[in-house]
Design a protein around this ligand. Sequence first.
Ligand SMILES: [Zn+2]
Length: 346
Amino acid sequence: MRKILLTLACVWLAACGSSGTVENAGVDSSKPLEIYWIDVEGGAATLIVTPTGETVLMDAGWPGNDDRDAKRIAHVLEHEVGRKELDYFITSHFHIDHAGGAPGLAAMVPIDEFVDHGDSIEKNLNERAALLWQNYREAAGTRLTVNPGDTLPVSGVDFQFVSARGESIKSATAPANPYCEGAEQKEVTGNPENGQSVGFMVRMGDFEFLDLGDLTWPEELAAVCPQNVFGQVDLFQVTHHGMFQSNAPALLNAVAPQVAVMNNGANKGGDPLAYAALMETPRLVDLWQGHNTLNEGASNTDEAKIANLGETEGCEGHWIKATVQADGSFTILNSRNGFSKSYQSL
Ligand SMILES: [Zn+2]
């Protein structure tokens, strides 16, 4: 809460006659923005390190396995980022592959602020969901609930929440989305927490990164039809691990990423329908994957752009990292083989 109050004070000062440079005060423009996709075996753990070194993690993977996922996150924080704490932990939604690792992580890494969409709508669904919710609440303590349009008060980047609780940002001036005409609707049954996902956009100069958590098809269509409120983005986290209940072409074609990163598991996500839809988008240069999809009938990107090739059992948990420069150019790195490739912001 301390940091948010400080930022509000800055906003007030800026509105009261300063030159408008307050939000960039102290930013070293030579430092990049970094995004890590930490491998949590088909769950999610996306770590953002701002140019000023603030740490924001969305999701913490699964519980159990001797805190495997929490340990992987803590390891990247300490050994790659050089920080032993998180300024913000965002829970995209209350499913075990996203929120399950949070209590274990909170026990090893101090977390300043927990952010989520509000209470789990599955908290009374069954025993497992109730336990997940209870464990999360105990670990989180006071939480910050966000709405579409809210911003996270970090410096050096513009961090905006674009979806939460099935609602998305609205814009009267956003261009019409031509891909809505005749767009297929898909009914999604069960697991309603997916559609509640917190999604966010991070912008730095001309660069955009969009992450919509596990948002499902109906909410995707509702967000980008009839208007493309997100605009085109440079970098996109493939929604819902690349599952077929998500990744509607009307969304994918509208945001038209240059580079997509999919946090799939060896046997989870990477669905052929989502893969094909992504490949047909108008600007895609490359897809990077957390895992080689081993499911029958699945397609995969080039092996060099896949962080983990084998089964979950015995997986070493290699990560993928994006490094974004102030001019919007960015480089993606595969920690398994050191392979990297650079792109220009469009
Ligand atoms: Zn998930």
